[in-house]
Design a protein around this ligand. Structure first.
Ligand SMILES: NC(=O)c1ccc[n+]([C@@H]2O[C@H](COP(=O)([O-])OP(=O)(O)OC[C@H]3O[C@@H](n4cnc5c(N)ncnc54)[C@H](O)[C@@H]3O)[C@@H](O)[C@H]2O)c1
Length: 440
């Protein structure tokens, strides 16, 4: 079986189905199509399927069973979020596996790319596939390869990111690596077990989760010491080894960094263990929107204005710069807190048309100008490139009060001073008088 699959990869005659055409599945499908394979994009959402077909020229379907039947490789990229109790929600994975199992036959090869806890592929995916009577590693191939894309990061497209691959056995790992070799121009890192590859992804995300929490906490303490955390970090990162820069901000969002640590924690708890680091980081990171609220409230008060009734213009709703994703976005959480505290909020995000906050729609204004006109405070909540080039003269002209609270460290404080604006960085310096943003 595996020899024949290797030949099909070599000849580009292998047919590849990708389940889930989201942030991960869409670029992956396009990469395989560019490499010369016939790719079938599968999604349960009609609109997603239509868009992938119209905008990206992909062959797509909502019929996963049919796609599986005609495919050699089936790659699963469905969401693995948390439920309301921060527990893994694997229903999308289970549904995809059930669909695939209906058309599974010998000589097909299944690869999971979704983020899961160590052991999930073997405990959740394989039993569903083996209900067919076929055996993973013998009758059909099976591998796990975590996805590492960084949406919005133009320097590191999928093709340039080294890829970690594990198989249910050595042969399966080699075939999966052969397949990825056709699209990845970077190192392929084979690891000894699927569990190991599952853990690699979680550890990468946990590392960021904890380091961001660390700088968030240190930045507040440093500002009370009269020290600007941004200046400290920028100087510290000149050390050529042993330090990796992370920056404070209004919080951590998206479907990876605030989620993956709890997949790890779930499995740890099953073993009677827990990571205290993950819990502490959650406490700190989740409190950052409330900290930003306190900075805004205090800054407004210093201009003689109460938060209640003040007009606050929020630039950015997405969780991350130059992306449109709002899942777990701290910008949305901050908007919610501002509204709850009586502020009149307006928002502008070039990538997001609207978000829902407590059953109410918050619509993006048509432009930065419309958003900030007559505002008492401008809050930069997302590091979109457009906001890094903010026209400060226009800001000064249009706003009622000359106050910027920069939640992403993207506005140059001295340029603000030149234009007669005050810029308070969350976790950093206050441009007006050198006082630092001191909030507990
Ligand atoms: N977004 C990222 O930056 C990123 C990076 C690395 C890894 N991941 C991981 O990759 C996985 C996918 O994430 P994403 O961001 O692409 O999710 P997404 O929400 O952007 O897209 C997932 C797609 O899967 C579809 N889907 C759901 N159930 C399905 C089913 N049974 N069959 C077919 N399609 C189905 C959804 O309709 C959706 O279009 C998750 O495990 C995530 O944690 C995400």
């Amino acid at each position: 079986m595996l020899k024949r699959l290797a030949e099909k990869i070599e000849e580009r005659s292998a047919v590849i189905s990708v389940f889930g055409l989201g942030h991960v599945g869409l670029p992956l499908s396009r990469a395989f199509a560019r490499a010369g394979f016939r790719v079938i994009g599968v999604d349960v959402n009609e609109a997603v399927v239509r868009r992938a077909e119209l905008e990206h020229g992909l062959e797509t379907t909502t019929d996963g069973e049919k796609a599986t039947r005609i495919s050699d490789f089936i790659i699963i990229c469905v969401p693995t979020p948390l439920d309301e109790n921060s527990q893994p929600q694997l229903t999308h994975l289970i549904n995809a596996a059930e669909t695939i199992s209906k058309a599974l036959s010998e000589e097909k090869f299944i690869i999971l790319e979704s983020t899961v806890y160590p052991g999930a592929t073997e405990e959740i995916l394989i039993p569903i596939l083996e209900k067919t009577g076929l055996k993973a590693g013998l009758d059909f191939g099976l591998a796990y390869s975590p996805n590492r894309i960084d949406p919005g990061n133009r320097d590191w497209p999928l093709e340039k990111i080294p890829k970690v691959v594990a198989g249910i056995n050595d042969e399966c790992r080699e075939i999966a690596m052969e397949l990825y070799r056709s699209i990845i121009n970077a190192e392929l890192v084979g690891v000894s077990s699927i569990k190991t590859a599952e853990a690699v992804k979680l550890v990468e995300n946990i590392f960021r989760w904890i380091n961001i929490a660390l700088v968030n906490e240190l930045s507040i303490i440093l500002s009370n010491m009269g020290v600007d955390a941004f200046e400290v970090i920028d100087a510290a990162k000149t050390k050529p080894f042993g330090f990796l820069a992370h920056y404070p901000g209004i919080g951590v969002g998206g479907s990876c960094i605030p989620v993956a640590p709890f997949y790890f924690q779930f499995k740890a708890e099953k073993l009677g263990l827990r990571s205290r680091f993950i819990e502490l980081a959650a406490e700190i990171n989740r409190a950052m929107p409330a900290h930003a609220l306190a900075v805004i409230r205090r800054s407004l008060r210093e201009h003689g204005r109460d938060l209640s009734g003040a007009v606050v213009a929020i630039l950015g709703l997405a969780y991350k710069g130059d992306t449109s994703t709002t899942s777990n976005s701290p910008a949305v959480e901050l908007a919610k807190l501002l509204a709850e505290n009586g502020a009149k909020i307006k928002a502008y995000d070039p990538y997001v048309s609207e978000v829902e906050i407590d059953g109410h729609k918050l619509r993006s204004e048509g432009s930065i100008e419309e958003c900030i006109a007559d505002a008492d405070c401008l809050v930069v909540a997302t590091a979109h490139s457009l906001f890094k080039r903010l026209d400060l003269e226009m800001v000064k002209r249009l706003m009622r009060l000359p106050l910027i609270v920069d939640g992403r460290g993207v506005i140059n404080p001295s340029a603000c001073v030149d234009k007669g604006l005050r810029c308070v960085r969350v976790g950093g310096r206050d441009s007006s008088d050198g006082l630092l943003s001191q909030c507990a």
